[in-house]
Design a protein around this ligand. Sequence first.
Ligand code: FES
Length: 106
Amino acid sequence: MNIEVEPARITFDIHADETIIQAAWRNGYTWPTICGGQGTCKTCVFQILEGFEHLSPVEAWEDTGLRSLADSLPNKGQGYRLACQAKVHADIRLRKIGVRKQHGNS
Ligand code: FES
């Protein structure tokens, strides 16, 4: 399965048991985070462009985080997920500023 990231036009593979941020790290990409994937900073939030139905259900912890962001996101946060919480079961395309290859050379 693949994750396609706009606007950088990055694509990386993801395993069923990984969160999106874990898959990015495994593939050598940085993803904006402060908490290091603990689900507390909400810096990892991204917008889903395609494949809404391919994402794992929103669990209570993520839901709390997304609700706290709702007022600062377009559409009250509809169509947004946390990369450290969300998993997928098929390809998706998303938008996240700041995803880039580690050590430069993107
Ligand atoms: S990485 Fe901090 S909430 Fe997802």
